[in-house]
Write a protein that binds this ligand. Structure first.
Ligand code: CMP
Length: 193
């Protein structure tokens, strides 16, 4: 027997397109509100930022970004969970898991270095990506976001170093302190804050 196919066609008129982009926009703005980093932003700033986001869905097991790669994006995790893994002696070691409301990829965008770790999807993951220019523009407009990012970045770097260089807790703490102020100075100079 021949299977029956039904084809449903919805006309894409302008009104419908506007509706769609308005609801997409709203969804993006709501997602941003769940990212603690962006808590200081006003509604209009969130809306502007929402416009610059690109939806990036990944399926379980997919690699979102690879250690050593050149960086172009900051990632916001909206749903699902990712694992951050660093290669040491040819073996990948998990250093962290990140879930909804977290972000990653800030290191390369802030320092210009290649990706410090591989990030892979542990489940189906919904992300938004923000390109490097939009991220830098945001920091230039909102310098107060730079400090919490620098602090988190230093903490993450120290955790990475704990694995790759075998730092103990005290060495890790010292590394984080020196890194943190150093990074913040570099960022201030880089972004002319
Ligand atoms: P980037 O180096 O651009 O790409 C890999 C990302 O993994 C990195 O930015 C951080 O956002 C993230 N990352 C690296 N190390 C850690 C860590 N110890 N904890 C959480 N996230 C990390």
């Amino acid at each position: 027997s021949i299977p029956a196919h039904a084809l449903f066609v919805t006309e894409e008129n302008k009104e419908r397109k506007d509706d769609k982009s308005a609801s997409d926009r709203q969804r993006r703005a709501e997602a941003l509100r769940r990212v603690e980093l962006f808590a200081p932003l006003e509604e209009d700033e969130l809306a502007r930022l929402a416009d610059a986001l690109h939806a990036a869905p990944f399926t379980k097991g997919e690699v979102l970004t690879r250690q050593g790669a050149e960086a172009h994006w900051l990632y916001l995790v909206i749903s699902g969970e990712v694992a951050v893994r660093v290669a040491k002696d040819g073996i990948d070691t998990e250093v962290a898991r990140l879930g909804p409301g977290s972000f990653f990829g800030e290191m390369s965008l802030m320092t210009g270095e290649p990706r410090s770790a591989t990030v892979a999807a542990l489940a189906d993951v919904q992300c938004y990506r923000l390109d490097a220019t939009a991220f830098r523009d945001l920091l230039a407009r909102r310098p107060q976001l730079a400090e919490p990012i620098a602090r988190l970045l230093a903490e993450r770097r120290a955790n990475l170093a704990a694995v790759t260089e075998g730092l103990d807790a005290e060495a890790k703490r010292r590394r984080m302190e020196s890194d943190s102020s150093d990074l913040f100075k570099k960022m201030k100079a880089f972004f002319k804050l």
